[in-house]
Design a protein around this ligand. Sequence first.
Ligand SMILES: Cc1cc2nc3c(=O)[nH]c(=O)nc-3n(C[C@H](O)[C@H](O)[C@H](O)COP(=O)(O)OP(=O)(O)OC[C@H]3O[C@@H](n4cnc5c(N)ncnc54)[C@H](O)[C@@H]3O)c2cc1C
Length: 405
Amino acid sequence: MTALTRNRGRALIVGLGIAGMASAIRLQQAGWETVVIERAPARRDGGYFIALFGAGAAPAGRLGVLDALRSRAHANQVSLEIDRHARRKPGLGFTDLPHEPRVLLRGDVESALHQALPAGTEIRYSTTPTAVEQDDGGVRVTLRDAGAGTVRTERFDLLVGADGLRSTVRSLVFGPHSAFLRPVNHMIAAFLMKEHVHGFEPHEAIALTEPGRSAWTFPLSGRPPSALFSYRTTDIDREFKLPPADSVRRAFGPEPLGPVLGQLLDEFEHADGLLFDSVHQSVLPHWHARRVVVVGDAAWCPTLYTGMGASSALAGADLLGTMIERHPDSVEAALGAWEAHLRPFIEYHQHSLPLGLNMFVPQSHTGKILRGLLTRNLPFIGPLALRLKTRATEFQMKERDIAKV
Ligand SMILES: Cc1cc2nc3c(=O)[nH]c(=O)nc-3n(C[C@H](O)[C@H](O)[C@H](O)COP(=O)(O)OP(=O)(O)OC[C@H]3O[C@@H](n4cnc5c(N)ncnc54)[C@H](O)[C@@H]3O)c2cc1C
């Protein structure tokens, strides 16, 4: 164990996303000084649809941001399954779930956290870590400021890697991406639409699912929806060789697109701030090493298909502050207690990926039938029991306030 020389410490937090800002707020609540560095030259906004479950709402409350996270769901939202001819049948959406999650954009959570950062919080943009060394007294981090063109080394009591799926902190301290990124063999393309889907009402959520590919729209009150394409691939590198819209078109071909996919793809081609990426889980045997800890997607990215990335990032950051408070004399003891408490919860959600993936993108014709049994109230006792059992455990875990200890 490494003893702190004083009650409060100084932490470097890498990444100004949900995990990073939540960690900064919570560590300051615990009496720590924080420095946040962000690779981008300015704070991003916008993003894509996210659902915030109880597991994230409870820590958001303790971080002081819950009131700012007003759900963007339509009061009368309806979920539809459609085919390429835009023929509809009833579907299942986030607003039909047992505990309706808050419907948000990622930028809503980030803006709320940014506003809640205590005045004077030090944020350095265009800055990245390039080397990390630890000794008994602290962690020395070399920081490169691309804006100023400077490099300098500073000492901290704690280094928090909240720098996302392709975390630099993780690669500097724990090992290369290839050791920890588990490919899901799917691509995603997410964007905010500029128009409503033609022929549908603003409150209608649409899912067009086929084996190995799907397109969803998520209604947002007061503005056009957020849209998401997902598709399976056997060659991730190949997907990045074409412009994103061409790769998505290829994935949904060769059959005619039909009106809805056609509109979505046309909009995607001209969207601002679109996201096009491969899907991976981060799977690490340990999330901390002496005075270094990784949090959020950097540590455990559960993927969008579990709907738990933002909620678990908030929970992980909140719990980190609590454990630091409980172990004021030892950062290592705090990080050990933090990981021991959090890991089973996170692993549960990581293991639920196949179910979530099949709900978003049916993996086969059989998977599509199973998905239908889980999403519709069919009069069969067996499937109904399965549906209730699966959903009950799954959704209890999404609501569980793991950060409250
Ligand atoms: C399409 C989509 C839908 C989703 N839906 C949901 C949902 O419904 N519910 C849910 O809970 N979650 C959802 N998620 C997941 C959720 O958005 C993420 O899990 C969450 O935003 C992760 O936050 P983070 O802070 O850990 O990482 P990130 O958001 O990746 O933030 C990392 C930050 O670190 C910065 N950074 C990176 N490298 C460096 C570096 N070397 N130096 C300095 N800064 C660096 C980045 O610029 C960024 O600002 C979804 C994700 C996607 C893609």
